[in-house]
Design a binder for this molecule. Sequence first.
Ligand SMILES: [Zn+2]
Length: 208
Amino acid sequence: MENLRQQIIDIGNRLWRQGMMPAGDGNISARLKPKMYLITPTKVSKGFLDPERIIVIDENETQLGGKGKPSSEIAMHMLAYKLRDDVNAVIHAHPVFATVFASTGMELPYDLLAEVAVKLGKIPTAPFALPSTGEVADVAHDYIRNYNAFLLKNHGAIVLGRNLEEAFLRMELVEHLAKIALITKVLGGYEKIPQESIAILEEMSKQA
Ligand SMILES: [Zn+2]
């Protein structure tokens, strides 16, 4: 458990330093073992967590340990573990450029960067949901089932991973893609990766 706790703390710091978790926002969770999970607390900066603040919960969201209250988006995290056996880590953040896309209604492109087809898959935008009310879990349901990364309209991004490191790298890649996509729009567009190459990249992703 200590190892996983420390990983959540480190990743919280890396995301905060990159400006993806401003103002105490964002949340991180991981599956510790069957029916037991770690999740970040609500209303504190994820840049400076300490081990006592990482909350331990069971599958009924009963708090078993940790100071403070669990993330207000706990329902969305628990839904991800319920729906996806392959998912052991969930990160929700507010990265600036990805949130710009989520707010304009423009989709993030799938044929711009090769690594997106290999490491992420398509990144759709889920409808707006009131934060911290359980609505996020409601709108996220089908996206969690079908995607590893998606945006929340006028809000931010959610990524899923087989482990915390994979989820973190996916969040970084979502934001990296959003930055490049935005700049290509300023410069008048980009040359698309050919469909046949995308198909090869998707095959590679199955082996990754
Ligand atoms: Zn949020």
